[in-house]
Ligand binder design. Structure first.
Ligand code: ADP
Length: 519
């Protein structure tokens, strides 16, 4: 419907367009766009208002105030009305009972010129603003205080029932009157066998109705006052309730601008304090992540710059020395080449680490023969071990197959065994690799007879670029990233790694990996 309305050009719109010169279709489109944007903004605003705690609280309070008040009012007024009607019926009935007795004793059916009864009729009709009709046994109306139907016959349901011996009374809600039909019988005839006629009385209840309407109006007025009071109270209450939440928002916004070491604290409610605490701990984690990132970036640039600086020194000394011999050239070029290798290694390791860091990093899980995989690693590392005069010993206690990412796990094990060779005794030593499993995990321990790691540094060896002895590690081609990659790969497999070491004696890495990979 709303869309259709947009397309209708109203006369006033047309005039406006004429005054400004004919509007192009683009203008019309633009105007339509503006309108719909405005409407969207309005809808958004209304939705925001509906969603606010304040409007919901006020709505709730109004409902909680109005519903019980309306119910109480309805019940009270209804019970007042039915009680008033009941009382009126009882009063009229008792008066008419007496009148019916008099009619019978004075034989009014046969003689309507009665100086006692007729004034009584007048009195009753004027008190109750009603009408009295008297009928004989045949249903012939012999007296009508309205003088409308005298002489006519009326055999309505009530009259017939009455003639059969049962009196009726009913309340006509719509026309607001009570109608009572009574037998005219001789008071001495207690079993109602001698019915002389019927007395029919209609009594107006407009006065009761007027009272009810007045009461209803008063009730509505009261309700309006209650609603206004509730709205004022709700506004104040919701302002008080919402204030701490607004405080939290502005505190958080303040931090967005100022950052640094700030914290937020809104102890107004237990809940707001909990939100503040949660936000503070999130902030702390964010800051520490930022610091780690910054440290990592500065480490990366430092590590990447070091080989470049060496290359620069080497090439400058060659350039500046006019008498440099061919031998010197060869030697320096060899050094430059090994610095390039080193730079290459760092970049490769960094890329591996970054790829593993990504949240989306997926493992390529396959059913792998771990014994075979380990034998392959040892075979590939044997030439390096031989060169370093280090013996590789492999103890395999049982055949093991596990669901692992073969490439990532091979890299993890290779790094540790390679470290065992690199940081071994210069006079030669050994690296023992053992493989075992139970029903849930397989276990690898890699022990070397090397230089060991000082106790206070063990907790750092998995950090990126951390090296116990920087120059020694550099000398033997370490990047400081190997164990960081290893830890990441094992964590991705939901495994665990532990280190124990003694300086001068050797180091043991114990690794545990689940046999079945659970996502
Ligand atoms: P790197 O490339 O320098 O070897 P890693 O991350 O593999 O880097 O290891 C970090 C540091 O931990 C090494 O520089 C070394 O000081 C120490 N380290 C690692 N493995 C051993 C080991 N088996 N024995 C002694 N020190 C080790």
């Amino acid at each position: 419907m709303a869309k259709k309305a947009e397309n209708i050009i109203l006369p006033s719109d047309e005039n406006e367009a004429d005054r400004k010169g004919k509007a192009s279709p683009e203008d019309a489109g633009e105007a339509g766009g503006k309108k719909s944007r405005k409407r969207k903004r309005r809808v958004k605003k209304a939705r925001r208002t509906r969603r606010s705690i304040r409007s919901r609280l006020m709505f709730l309070l109004v409902i909680m105030g109005i519903v019980p008040a309306a119910v109480v009012e309805m019940v009270t007024i209804h019970s007042y009305e039915s009680r008033a009607i009941e009382q009126r019926t009882v009063t009229v009935r008792s008066q008419c009972n007496a009148l019916a007795d008099q009619l019978a004793t004075r034989d009014y059916i046969n003689n309507q010129d009665d100086d006692v009864i007729n004034p009584e009729f007048d009195m009753l009709t004027s008190i109750y603003q009603g009408r009295i009709v008297v009928m004989n046994r045949d249903g012939k109306i012999i007296k009508d205080t309205y003088n409308l139907d005298t002489g006519k016959y009326s055999l309505s349901e009530e009259v017939q029932q009455c003639l059969r011996g049962s009196e009726t009374s009913h309340y006509d809600d719509e026309n607001q009157f009570i109608e009572i039909a009574m037998m005219i019988t001789n008071p001495s005839n207690t079993n109602n066998t001698d019915i002389q006629g019927v007395l029919l009385i209609s009594v107006s209840t407009s006065e009761i109705h007027a009272n009810t309407v007045a009461l209803e109006q008063q009730g509505l007025m009261m309700m309006a006052v209650v609603i206004i009071l509730i709205l004022i109270l709700g506004y104040i209450l919701s302002s008080v309730l919402v204030k701490p939440l607004l405080k939290i928002t502005s505190a958080i916004e303040g931090i967005e601008v100022g950052y640094e070491d700030e914290k937020i604290s809104v102890p107004d409610y237990r809940e707001t304090q909990l939100i503040s605490d949660a936000f503070n701990s999130l902030l702390k984690r964010q800051r520490s992540a930022d610091e780690t990132k910054e440290e990592f970036v500065s480490n990366v640039s430092h590590e990447l710059k070091t080989p470049l600086a060496s290359m620069k020194v080497l090439s400058d000394s060659l350039n500046q020395d006019p008498n440099a011999s061919l031998e010197m050239y060869k030697e320096f070029m060899q050094d430059i080449s090994s610095e390039i290798d080193r730079e290459n290694r760092i970049i490769t390791d960094l890329l591996t680490l970054v790829r593993m860091d990504k949240k989306a990093a997926r493992l390529n899980i396959t059913e792998t023969n771990i014994n075979q995989e380990m034998e392959g690693i040892i075979k590939r590392l044997t030439p390096i071990a031989d060169k370093a005069n280090v013996r590789l010993i492999f103890d395999s206690f049982r055949p093991i197959t596990a669901e692992v990412d073969e490439v990532k796990l091979t890299q993890a094990f290779t790094n540790i065994i390679e470290n065992g060779i690199k940081y071994n005794n210069p006079d030669g030593g050994w690296v023992r690799i053992s493989l075992n499993a139970d029903r849930k995990y397989f276990y690898t321990t890699i022990t070397d007879s090397g230089i060991g790691i000082p106790e206070d540094q063990i907790s750092h060896i998995f950090d990126r670029f951390y090296r116990v002895d920087k120059s020694h590690s550099r000398e033997i081609g370490g990047t400081g990233l190997g164990l960081a990659i290893t830890r990441q790969a094992i964590a991705m497999h939901r495994g665990a790694i532990r280190v124990s070491s003694e300086v001068g004696k050797g180091t043991t890495f114990s690794i545990r990996i689940p046999l079945i990979y659970v996502v």
